[in-house]
Write a protein that binds this ligand. Structure first.
Ligand SMILES: [Zn+2]
Length: 416
């Protein structure tokens, strides 16, 4: 993959800078703007200075002279996708071309090497590297743990409060807590984070229930399986195994929990694809596969219940845990969301409008509207007919720069 990356770097930054200030128009395309509005056939978009400047019916949009025109006839335009649960440090810089080739123009980095991520982010901002927009937590806030890196180890409530101030001083966008954080330290951290107005994304600490984390003000809860882990230790728990906990959540216990998330405004990032890859697809033992597959199917059902209950949900893949592939596996997550009863539009919004809402950046990202950053995907088939069509990428526009995919892929493949 290194070779891909090098080629990408060598080939595109020059083209990128050259085109940056030039205007680009995509004409006669069907726009799926992801606001929830119906698709608009035969539309045109004019892009300049990295932003969407004009959107409208092709017969009413005048294309100024000198603008590069891409004929979008027969094609579909959607906003760039956000992967709301990724780990760039684990994935390494090899992730960048994969993300862009797959239309992932934004990543919420859920724990990694802050200095390295910031170096990448600044190279991307300066046009020296082609990569997505990055929102990052920096190091995980975790309890003592062996054999892991990029952790800020916290043992006591006082250390938890200090961690908030240390990370805030470093300018992180949010805090990510992980499962070994002791419960009393977790609650102190949540309290301090609320006072300091910094959002916290929660991989549920052992001994804390999902309901308690939601009530404590978690901005987002991560991974569907933590709901069932939590059912083993929540107050009055009766389930003794994960399987029993999943079944319990499929009944009233789950319904009440999801109503609570909706009421508290707690976002959920189920990362169904990570469970599928880690526990189902990698399993080659038929004995253990059967119960895992059963849990996987029931977890998809839990996401359906959450969605119905009005819990705001975002798409995340958890690359590169479990050898998840940056970019590629976000499309698998969208397909799993549709399996969980999302309309294709709702699945698209889980990676476009919803991340923008979550980040408080609906004026900047997430839809195809005037004034938004020009992060777009040109598809050769309609994703509202079949969500797998998000994989039929013809070109990606990143910050106004146009990347035709067939050409890029052909170059990568011939040099591989
Ligand atoms: Zn993760």
């Amino acid at each position: 993959m290194c070779k891909w990356f090098l080629l990408f770097c060598l080939t595109y930054p020059l083209a990128t800078t050259a085109q940056r200030d030039k205007e680009l128009a995509i004409t006669h395309v069907t726009i799926i703007d992801c606001t929830g509005a119906a698709p608009e056939p035969n539309s045109s978009v004019i892009i300049g200075n990295g932003h969407i400047n004009v959107v409208g019916p092709s017969d009413r949009v005048t294309i100024p002279a000198g603008v590069r025109v891409i004929d979008g006839s027969g094609k579909f335009l959607i906003p760039g996708l956000w992967d709301m649960h990724g780990h760039l440090t684990d994935a390494s810089e090899d992730a960048f071309p994969l993300l862009i080739m797959n239309g992932v123009t934004g990543v919420r980095d859920m724990g990694g090497d802050l200095a390295q991520i910031d170096r990448w982010r600044s190279e991307i901002d300066k046009g020296l590297r082609v990569g997505p927009h990055i929102i990052r937590a920096g190091p995980f806030v975790d309890g003592p743990k062996e054999g892991v890196s990029n952790r800020l180890t916290v043992r006591t409530p006082a250390e938890a409060r200090q961690a908030i101030h240390n990370l805030k001083a470093k300018g992180v966008d949010f805090i990510k807590v992980h499962n070994a954080l002791p419960p009393e330290a977790f609650f102190a951290l949540m309290d301090e984070a609320r006072k300091e107005h910094i959002p916290v994304a929660v991989h549920l600490p052992n001994g804390v229930s999902s309901a308690e984390a939601s009530d404590a003000g978690a901005a987002s809860l991560e991974h569907i399986e933590t709901i069932s882990e939590s059912a083993l230790w929540r107050k009055g728990a009766t389930a003794k195994t994960v399987e029993q906990a999943v079944d319990e959540n499929l009944g009233r216990a789950g319904q009440e929990l999801f109503q609570r998330f909706a009421k508290n405004g707690t976002w959920y990032v189920p990362t169904l694809v990570a469970y599928e890859r880690g526990f189902v697809l990698w399993s080659n033992d038929p004995e253990s596969l059967k119960p895992r597959l059963d849990v996987h199917e029931k977890q998809i059902e839990l996401v359906r219940m959450m969605h119905k209950a009005g819990v705001p949900i975002m798409a995340g893949s958890d690359f590169s845990d479990w050898a998840l592939v940056p970019g590629v596996d976000l499309h698998n997550e969208l397909a799993l969301l549709v399996e969980a009863g999302f309309s294709p539009m709702a699945a698209l919004q889980a990676a476009t409008l919803n991340p923008a809402k979550f980040l408080g950046k609906t004026d900047t990202f997430g839809t195809i509207q005037v004034g938004r950053v020009a992060d777009l995907i040109l598809l050769s088939a309609n994703p509202l007919d079949d969500i797998s069509h998000t994989r039929k990428i013809n070109a990606v526009v990143l910050g106004g720069n146009f990347y035709p995919l067939p050409a890029i892929r052909a170059q990568f493949l011939t040099s591989w």
